[in-house]
Design a protein around this ligand. Sequence first.
Ligand code: TRP
Length: 322
Amino acid sequence: MITVDVHLDEDSGAAMAGDVRRGLSGPRKELAPKYFYDERGSQLFEQITELPEYYPTRVEREILVERSSEIVAAAGAPATLVELGSGSAAKTRHLLSAMRDAACLRTYVPVDISEEITHETAECLVEEYPGLEIHGLVCDFEHHLERIPDRDGGRIIAFLGGTIGNLYPEPRREFLARLAAMLGPDDRLLLGTDLVKDRARLEAAYNDSAGVTAEFNKNVLSVLNRELDADFDLDAFEHVADYDADRERMDIRLRSLADQAVRVTELDLEVEFAAGEEIRTEISAKFTRQGLERIYADAGLGLAGWFTDAGADYALSLARRA
Ligand code: TRP
């Protein structure tokens, strides 16, 4: 009942070295958000999702709890659920249960970067959903999207957590266009997006009073210290996160508190920082229904369902190939 295919790139270390060299060498310094998530980073993110200020995880769960059966019906009661970035599949269970109750559930395809979690999750789910067939894929889905198996009976391809907001507009369009190209007539994309709202709530969500988000952001420097033998002093940087209302996105950086030079031994690179100079570590775009309709249209998709929480803080939308 369980198969797991592994398609990991042989040399993720070399890829990281290249990414970090490019990111720290230019005039505008930047690090890719995927490097946040070592073991400590994943723990800290878990804590973020439980902070009073960080609403996205809670409201997305609220939508799944309240509206999964509507979502499954609107998607045409498909037989397969594919989930990009499935992890422990905590949220997915609401969708799987709704599909079971609608008597359409056959296959779950978790796609995740961690082989260990994918196996553990699969073992748990076959117990919880008797007869469920699980075909896991261990890969970086940005690179291996096209390995996702095609299926009869329709699919929901779920991309939850608002992660689409972490892509810049052009890579986002390309990613959505690749997803669009995979969709057959009975398939639907299910996308989680945080919505535009007042600045105070957005900024609080990324600047919690307990300082967990600051620690999470700075943890990426510890990752570089360990993986690339760098000597970042975490106390010499501060966490900065503000809302860029023109671009409708949170802009998250680390700001150097002093003139300083950091050595990245593995890259044989010395990086200079002026006091106040910043490294961008993530953007997190916030959407409107209208904006998302345009983004879908630009990627060859069409909006096919819109589900929000009671406070309209967050949306799960269904899209079909246009
Ligand atoms: N992808 C999450 C988001 O956009 C990640 C996140 C939450 C995050 N808080 C953060 C990333 C702080 C960097 C810094 O909401």
